[in-house]
Design a protein around this ligand. Structure first.
Ligand SMILES: [Mn+2]
Length: 280
């Protein structure tokens, strides 16, 4: 188990990298792997990274929510920061709503920091510099939660990230209240389509929602929601991650094999071409 001293060092180095990154980072690669919420599940993260080794993908986009709600916040965060430090351009870490002090106090990370206030403050400072969103190959918008409206992505700042970390898609049009409470909002298909047009983008990939099959398509397959932690908080769900290779998007679903005591791939579904009629 990684020590807290190691984590502090990693946070210090990563801080310098995050500070130099813009609120919205641009990524270009013929092969990109997308990972949703990990929530302190080191075994799920290791399983996915093992598959990445054989995938030919050089670029990883993680959609946030690395810590809290699982047993291994320190191990997951340490692993991801190490990867980021080794290849800052190829490993894109986005900020989730659990990369915030408010959530960390109540959902596990603070406990794992041995209730060290200074360390909580320092991680919170580092988290506040993590980019809010990424644009992959000039057409795929990646964010943890969603959008606050049909905004131009050039207006996104790290200081005003709240709704990007918290919002959810909805079958109701417009911007509507969220069951998550006061603050977060839901965005309908009309808002989403205007957002894509405003920014000349074709689709969105986001995390934030725990999903039975690990993924869900919205809005005529223009929005993909993925969640990468199976058996989340005792819920019997699968996890999923996506691989975009030469314009084709495949979604891989994995789950826990209780007989062999390990994660296993369950299915691969073709999401279709990122430049064709399915997710365009
Ligand atoms: Mn979340």
């Amino acid at each position: 188990m990684p020590a807290l001293e190691d984590l502090i060092e990693l946070l210090e180095t990563a801080h310098g990298i995050f500070r130099k990154e813009k609120a919205v980072v641009s990524v270009n690669s013929p092969c990109v792997m997308f990972i949703g919420d990990i929530h302190a599940n080191i075994k799920a993260l290791e399983f996915i990274l093992e598959i990445k080794k054989n995938s030919g993908c050089d670029t990883l986009v993680l959609l946030g929510d690395y810590v809290d709600r699982g047993p291994n916040s320190i191990a997951v965060l340490s692993k991801l920061l190490k990867l980021k430090i080794a290849q800052p351009e190829k490993i894109v870490l986005l900020r989730g709503n659990h990369e915030t002090k408010e959530m960390n106090i109540s959902y596990g990370f603070f406990h794992d920091l041995d209730f060290n206030d200074d360390l909580l403050e320092f991680s919170s400072t580092v988290f506040s510099e993590i980019p809010v969103a990424a644009v992959v190959n000039n057409n795929i918008f990646c964010v943890h939660g969603g959008i606050p409206g049909p905004v131009n992505i050039r207006t996104i700042t790290k200081e005003d990230a709240f709704e990007y970390l918290w919002n959810d898609p909805s079958s109701v049009s417009g911007i509507t209240p969220s069951a998550r409470g006061i603050g977060p909002k839901c965005f309908g298909e009309d808002i989403f389509i205007r957002f894509l047009q405003e920014n000349r983008l074709s689709c969105m990939i986001r995390g934030h929602s725990a999903l039975k099959q690990g993924y869900e398509w919205w809005f005529g397959r223009k929005l993909l929601s993925i969640f990468s932690t199976p058996e989340y908080c005792g819920y019997s769900n699968n996890g999923a991650f996506a691989i975009l290779k030469d314009g084709e998007m495949d979604i891989h679903v994995f789950g826990y094999d209780f007989h062999n005591n390990k994660y296993t791939l369950l299915s691969t579904s073709e999401g279709g071409s990122a430049h064709g009629n399915i997710i365009k």
